[in-house]
Design a protein around this ligand. Sequence first.
Ligand SMILES: [Fe+2]
Ligand SMILES: [Fe+2]
Length: 279
Amino acid sequence: MTGVAVYKQGWGLDDVHWSLFEADKVAPGLLAAVKAAALVEYNAPDYVTYLKRVFADAGQATLDAIEQWGREEAQHGKALGRWAEMADPEFRLDEAFARFRKGYTPPHFSGDSAQSVRGSRRGEMIARCVVESGTSSYYSAMRDASEEPVLQEIAGRIAADEYRHYKLFYDTLHAQPEPDLSFWAKLMIAIGRVRESDDDELAYAYYCANVPASQEAVLPYNRKKYSRASAATSMAIYNRKHIQKLVQMVVKAVGADPHGWMANMMGAILWRRMQSKTA
Ligand SMILES: [Fe+2]
Ligand SMILES: [Fe+2]
């Protein structure tokens, strides 16, 4: 159950070796990160509804793949939530998730437009590739940072799923009959999606996951404060090699060389920016 294990698709909660849990190896920073990540992952059904609208006539195989993807994301939320409940008996995934749902719904989830907010299906797939690049590198970093064996296993399983999701969306991107986007259009979509990481989703998930309902009155939500707390928690988990991998995957999705100058430059810029956000 180390980082070298190879985890296949299609695992379930019963496959996780929960009995190996070691409470004294739970790191508080990782626990805060896991709680927040659980809420974001558990929110996947809304993304499924939206993606199925955008790809409504793309064929049954694509729609099935979107459904399967959503099931896997929701399971990530359940696995992380169960681990967090073991590590902190006061934490309740369902309770924290209900608060998150109440306060956070992106506008494109509640509408009924079949048009992607990224302008096209190809744009949508590039944005998804960015997200899966981020999650695959994040859970790899979490796996490497954890000394607690069950979290190592869960993060390893999830990181492998996220990498497969990236491949699914990368292949779907290239399977679209739409004309290819220009390199700059692709790059702008990718940068736009990376920037959205600053939006309410992560900060508010961090807040709902880590500030109990009983303390809401004394510790009200403040986007800047919790965005910073969320970024600081992530930065303590990431190291430079995970960020480089993330950037390489994004650069590949926009059609450039993942080992070329652009990837190196963007890796350095992103790393510096992430560090400055926590200062
Ligand atoms: Fe996930
Ligand atoms: Fe994913």
